[in-house]
Design a protein. Structure first.
Length: 309
């Protein structure tokens, strides 16, 4: 049981029709719910920390909570920085004990993205840490990431091959139509699988990453709205599309919105049905259980990653 990199996880998942779940964490209950699900399904796991999580909980607390989860469950866990905006934050996380970092230079011109990524790769690899980068821009809002639909761009396959060759990056997040947040599609959901297949053909040994991949499960949206929420029309990536992506080089699937919805829906239900209750343990506990159930479903029924150790 240890903090590990994603290198071996991805090597096993590549071209094996399954993907590793990468779940965003913000507090103790979220971490507990996720790791209990992974323990029950006997699967490998990536826990990732965004800019918003670093600001809310502080990195030192999150690292120690993940270390406690490893001690408690016996799982090997990859601790990943999600959407690092520059070299300094990536360096800080490497030095703090993260085993994987993402440098997100996707908002910059192609050559600048290469330069930024290469700098992080050289520093991280020297410390035994793996690096994810992004090419193309996903629309949507998630913590520090805010890209208008008009500014979103899909990944160009030939640029992806050049980017990986020049940077030596370990995995690459690609833009094929997913987006951050709870409102991923205005019409019918659609992903550009032809583009994904071409990217995978050009860089077959590079694990690909799908950001903005929450399904925005209707039962949680409905429960939130039933108990006082106001998130009508929320729509995510259908689960069959996630399964298809895992067959074409996607080894890591990022999930955040579904965690938020599961916990919030259950807490709203509890507080509505028991308005006299004010002990946080009484409503955070059911919220944690809701996360565990949802993550087990993702691991077993969507990512096809149960019992793959």
């Amino acid at each position: 049981m240890a903090l590990v990199t994603s290198k071996e996880m991805f090597a096993k998942a590549l071209n094996k029709d399954y993907a590793i779940g990468a779940f965003n964490v913000n507090n103790m209950e979220i971490i507990q719910g996720i790791v209990q699900a992974a323990q029950a399904e006997n699967t490998e796991l990536i826990l990732q920390v965004s800019a918003g999580a670093r600001k809310y909980a502080k990195p030192a607390y999150l690292v120690k909570l993940v270390e406690a989860a490893i001690e408690d469950t016996g799982l090997d866990i990859c601790l990943h920085l999600d959407h690092g905006e520059d070299f300094d934050i990536c360096k800080k996380c490497v030095d703090d004990g993260f085993t994987s970092v993402m440098i997100d230079g996707s908002k910059h011109p192609f050559e600048e993205n290469i330069k930024m990524t290469k700098e992080v790769v050289e520093y991280a690899h020297d410390k035994g840490v793996v690096v994810e980068a992004e090419l193309g821009k996903l629309a949507g809002i998630e913590d520090a990431v805010n890209v208008a639909s008009r500014d979103a761009t899909f990944t160009v396959p030939e640029e992806a091959a050049e980017f990986v060759d020049k940077t030596g990056v370990d995995s690459l997040a690609v833009a094929i139509g997913t987006s951050h947040g709870a409102y991923k599609f205005k019409g019918e959901p659609a992903l550009d699988f032809d583009r994904l297949i071409k990217i995978h053909e050009l860089i077959p040994d590079t694990p690909l990453v799908l950001h903005g991949a929450s399904t925005v499960l209707p039962e949680f949206v409905d429960m939130c709205n039933q108990y006082g929420g106001n998130i009508p029309g929320a729509k995510g990536v259908p689960e069959d599309m996630i399964r298809t992506a895992a067959k074409h080089g996607v080894c890591k699937v990022n999930i955040d919105t579904d965690l938020r919805l599961a916990m919030t829906a259950e807490i709203r239900r509890f507080l509505t049905e028991q308005p006299a209750e004010f002990d946080p343990r009484k409503y955070l506990g059911p919220g944690r259980d809701a996360i565990q159930r949802m993550v087990q479903h993702k691991i077993k029924d969507v990512l096809n990653a149960s019992n793959i150790k």
